[in-house]
Design a protein. Structure first.
Length: 215
């Protein structure tokens, strides 16, 4: 990284102005299960998801089956895969649950009514919602969409989903608590269209309920 020296002696990095085609800074990949009009279930990977309290905010395409399903039937499951499962996630990338052709500058979509089977995933019954969980995913969130609307530019759907149930693989849970063990959980991260996992722990926030090495 190049730096510039200011007159006051402070050193500041010299940045390059660029225009990226996408702004995936690095967000978790999730698999969304929703209910189709005929009662079957759609499975779709998305790469724009973040949580605030017990609400997960999702970014979806406007022409996909997932958005259409949630507008009519708000129940869903958010399943989070691990880094080694990225090939199974990628298998779903060119598949769509809509029978009508979809267009994309970099993909040719193929209609697939059973995306669980196509991706090598297995459905697992949910407790509080109709759509099934993804059995191989170590974290599964049953949820209900409270709001479905477009983003500021009108190019995407923004879904606010309230989480109803959280299911965790026991190896990820701090024994005797309701907490996820951060060192045991590594989400699959989508970083500028490349798949990554987490690196070594560098530290923790002061408000962490699972600190290590605090003096």
């Amino acid at each position: 990284m190049t730096v510039t020296q200011r007159l006051d002696g402070a050193v500041r990095p010299s940045h390059q102005t660029i225009t990226p085609s996408i702004l995936y800074f690095g967000t978790p990949v999730v698999l969304l299960t929703t209910e189709n009009p005929d009662g079957s279930f759609n499975l779709a990977p998305i790469s724009s998801a973040w949580a605030l309290g017990q609400v997960v905010v999702l970014g979806l395409s406007t022409d996909g089956q997932t958005g259409a399903n949630l507008a009519a039937r708000p129940e869903l499951v958010i399943s989070l895969p691990e880094p080694h499962q990225w090939p199974q996630v990628e298998r779903l990338g060119d598949l769509t649950g809509r029978a009508e052709p979809r267009t994309h500058p970099r993909r040719v979509f193929q209609y697939e009514p059973d995306k669980f089977a196509a991706g090598g995933w297995h459905p697992q019954p949910s407790v509080a919602v109709r759509p099934p969980r993804v059995a191989q995913c170590p974290l599964q969130l049953e949820a209900c969409a409270q709001r479905v609307g477009t983003d500021a530019a009108g190019d995407f759907l923004i879904v606010e989903a309230r989480v109803l149930k959280v299911h965790a693989d026991p190896r990820l849970v701090v024994p005797g608590t309701q907490h996820i063990e951060p060192a045991a959980w590594s989400p699959l991260i989508y970083n500028f269209r490349h798949y990554f996992g987490l690196g070594p722990e560098r530290g923790f926030a002061d408000i962490s309920e699972t600190p290590r090495g605090r003096e």
